[in-house]
Design a protein around this ligand. Structure first.
Ligand code: FAD
Length: 380
């Protein structure tokens, strides 16, 4: 395999690699394995549950490159472009249809304050190459989605954003990576082994998996690795719940307001969400959340009042204090790369995160500007 050995945070030595281990089989870990394969590398993914068994398998899968924190703008657009190519390439490589599609997105304003804030933000949104974002009055918006409740002042129409089935995307990444030599194994990583400050193995119970590069792609559980590497990774679990509803009538255009959204997905169900709850690592769907989501949604989309609930899911986003991921090499430990903190945009950002990590593993550096998402930011 491709030799990949760090000699410091910025440089690498060529030599015989003992291997790359990726901890976490969510969408980020699977994307890392995929892009590693594209550069001639391979890895072992260690996953304690199942592939995309947490938020990567249950997220909505909205791919909206706009409206991210400023420092993420370029990476977000690059990731969107990667998604556009992936739908075809993964189908060819694995036969998996990730259900990627482009669609119109309506961002609704029900108060003067929201309308004002949206119009202010429009310059930034509208200036992104390849997208249009326009303010429309309520008549124009209702012409696109007539089932919206009265009281609407207007909104932004964005063309086009994407939607994907995240579980299928993760599975596509994994299967393609397996064809290129990577594999996934089951187990809970409990620590890392170092020789001086260079990583030499990943510990899974009593077993040691030798490696000279480890990628921490542990999602909401990333902070568990802080003790292993002697450096904090300040991620926290931000619980989100989604309802999937059966509703008579034509498919729904994607509409969002505040933190809520509704859209018909290719399974013909209307997915509505979502909550943002600080509940530790509890992934149980709750009655309270179901009621709260339904009340918020019915205010804007009254026809959903009689919808039949088909499924309710709950899972944990890997949130960070500044809403930016942690991506890059660690300080003081050689061969350790962090790839986490996708927060609400982890599906959208997964291709670019995987591609950058693969660059760092194989080439030792990347042409993407990752200074704003350096895991060591804020360290004195
Ligand atoms: C309700 C909801 C809706 C969302 N909608 C969107 C959306 O529309 N668009 C978007 O871009 N994003 C969305 N997201 C966010 C997105 O789902 C996440 O950011 C993304 O899935 C995170 O991926 P990950 O691979 O970093 O983490 P995860 O999917 O959590 O994967 C991490 C994996 O690491 C494993 N792991 C952890 N510790 C260990 C260990 N010690 N040993 C072995 N394995 C370990 C875990 O078991 C887990 O499988 C949504 C999230 C939620 C909750």
């Amino acid at each position: 395999m491709v030799a990949a050995r760090f000699s410091s945070r910025g440089a690498m030595k060529q030599g015989e690699s003992t291997g790359v281990v990726v901890i976490g089989g969510g969408i980020v870990g699977c994307s890392v394995a995929y892009y590693l394969g594209k550069l001639g590398g391979k890895c072992t993914i260690v996953e304690q549950d199942t592939v995309a068994g947490h938020s990567s398998g249950f997220a909505l899968g909205g791919l909206n490159p706009l409206g991210v924190p400023g420092p993420l703008n370029n990476l977000s657009l690059d990731s969107f472009r990667l998604h556009q190519g992936l739908s075809e390439s993964l189908k060819e490589e694995t036969g998996i249809d990730t259900e990627f599609e482009l669609h119109t997105s309506l961002v609704l304003a029900y108060s003067e304050l929201e309308a004002h804030a949206m119009q202010l933000g429009l310059t930034l949104l509208g200036n992104q190459e390849g997208f249009t974002a326009e303010w429309k009055n309520n008549t124009d918006i209702l012409a696109i989605e007539p089932r919206l409740a009265g009281g609407l002042l207007g909104g932004i129409v964005i063309q086009y954003v994407g939607l994907v089935e995240p579980y299928k995307l993760a599975l596509g990444f994994l299967q393609a990576a397996e064809k290129m030599g990577s594999h996934m194994r089951h187990g809970t990583v409990t620590g890392l082994k170092f020789d001086s400050d260079r990583v030499t193995a990943v510990l899974v119970g009593n077993e040691e998996i030798p490696c000279d590069t480890v990628v921490l792609a542990m999602g909401a559980w990333s902070r568990d690795a802080a003790n292993w590497i002697g450096m904090d990774i300040p991620t926290s679990p931000l619980k989100g719940q989604i309802l999937r509803l059966r509703v008579p009538g034509p498919p729904m255009t994607y509409v969002s307001w505040g933190h809520n959204y509704a859209v018909t997905k290719p399974d013909d169900l209307v997915w509505v969400g979502t909550t943002e709850e600080d509940m530790g690592f509890d992934e149980t769907p709750t009655l309270e959340a179901r009621k709260w989501i339904m009340e918020s949604v019915v205010e804007v989309l009254p026809h959903l009042m009689d919808a039949q609930l088909v499924r309710q899911t709950a899972c944990l986003r890997p949130a960070t204090p500044d809403n930016l991921p942690f991506l890059g090499k660690t300080f003081g430990k050689e061969g350790v790369i962090i790839a986490t903190g996708g927060g609400r945009k982890g599906i959208h950002l997964s291709p670019i995160m995987g591609k950058i990590v693969a660059d760092l593993v194989v080439k030792g550096n990347t042409s993407y500007d990752i200074s704003s998402i350096d895991p060591c930011r804020g360290m004195s």
